[in-house]
Design a protein around this ligand. Structure first.
Ligand code: ZN
Length: 86
């Protein structure tokens, strides 16, 4: 049986869960502005955290052979088509 060689492809998901996390972070900050007091300070820190978290979540790795989404960039063999990922 011949093994398939494929490379991993990195892809940004603009409409994925990452964008949702970032939007929620911005909404939370705007809400904290309405509350006033010390709230915007905490709202700002939470927003920054969620922007970074959302940025991490929005990057996905795909199998170059079948375009299956991989769990992480450490995956060596595609779970869908069993291609060797380099
Ligand atoms: Zn694959």
């Amino acid at each position: 049986m011949e093994s398939i060689q494929a490379s991993k492809e990195r892809q940004n998901q603009f409409m994925g869960i990452g964008a949702g996390i970032q939007a929620a972070g911005v909404a939370l900050f705007l809400l904290s502005l309405l509350v006033g007091g010390n709230a915007p300070l905490f709202g700002f820190l939470i927003m920054i955290g969620m922007l970074i978290w959302g940025g991490v979540r929005s990057k996905v790795w795909l199998c170059g052979h079948c375009k299956n989404q991989l769990g992480s960039k450490e995956v060596r063999v595609c779970p869908s088509c069993h291609a060797n990922l380099t």
